[in-house]
Design a protein around this ligand. Structure first.
Ligand code: ADP
Ligand code: ADP
Length: 220
């Protein structure tokens, strides 16, 4: 099982501060909701955890290591950052096969993850013909290819219908129940209801609240 540790993280783009002395931990076996309005710094934090963006100060570690130093990253960390960015002309299954090959993962994983996200029957359709919900599922399938201990999902329910939201809730619950550390962002607290065990709330790049959902409900 894996843990994400963010300590004193700072990041600015020129004069624009995106993340400001942020610290929190994402524990295995839990869904941690990462909540804040648009522009709060959620995506920046996730990109830094994934080594896609440089940090100015502090640290963002997965099991004590920087993402860039993991030997088979896809087997440690899966991520859904922007499902809309999937290559529209490529067939769903080919997209995953290409990713598996590129990362040295067995091809059988492709059919397993397609099954896991319920896309088996449309595996040969092109991603460009998919609804937003189906693209989100395909992005999640890609994140699950390496059977990672850590999952980062940036706004996975954005634009989904209630049925799609319900489906993602169930998936998040089962992924955490298997011992994974799951960090899922949303600009709406209500979207994470019924799925998050823990909430990290940020605004203007700063920590506002870091609390377990059970203690929050006990206080209410
Ligand atoms: P969120 O994911 O919570 O919506 P972001 O991390 O995308 O927030 O953005 C945090 C802040 O950093 C915003 O003010 C945003 O405009 C800014 N920002 C994010 N990425 C860049 C970038 N590449 N260049 C300049 N500013 C950026
Ligand atoms: P999010 O959905 O997290 O809010 P955005 O739509 O704000 O993401 O940003 C999408 C992309 O644009 C990201 O790669 C981000 O780094 C970049 N970006 C966001 N804000 C700015 C900005 N003010 N200047 C330049 N790039 C930005």
């Amino acid at each position: 099982s894996a843990t994400i540790e963010i300590r004193g993280l700072c990041k600015a783009y020129g004069q624009q501060v995106a993340v400001d002395d942020l610290s929190f931990t994402v524990l295995p076996g839990q869904v941690t909701g990462f909540v804040g309005p648009n522009g709060a710094g959620k995506s920046t934090t996730m990109r830094i955890i994934l080594g896609l963006d440089a940090l100015d100060a502090g640290s963002a570690l997965i099991d004590g290591r920087r993402y860039q130093t993991l030997r088979s990253p896809l087997c440690h960390v899966g991520a859904l950052l922007d499902a809309a960015a999937l290559h529209p002309g490529r067939r769903a299954r080919d997209h995953l096969l290409w990713m598996a090959q590129y990362n040295g993962l067995p091809g059988r994983r492709v059919d397993e993850v397609l099954e896991q996200v319920g896309l088996t029957s449309v595996a040969r359709r092109r991603a460009g013909t998919f609804s937003l919900g189906m693209r989100q599922r395909l992005g999640i399938a890609a994140a699950l290819l390496g059977d990672p201990g850590v999952l980062l999902l940036d706004e996975p329910v954005n634009g989904l219908d209630p049925e799609g939201i319900q489906w993602i809730r169930g998936l998040l619950r089962s992924l955490a129940a298997d011992g994974r550390a799951v960090l899922v962002s949303s600009h709406l607290m209500s979207e994470l209801e019924g799925s998050a065990d823990h909430l990290v709330v940020i605004g203007n790049g700063r920590l506002i609240a870091d609390t377990s959902v059970s203690s929050l409900l006990a206080a209410a």
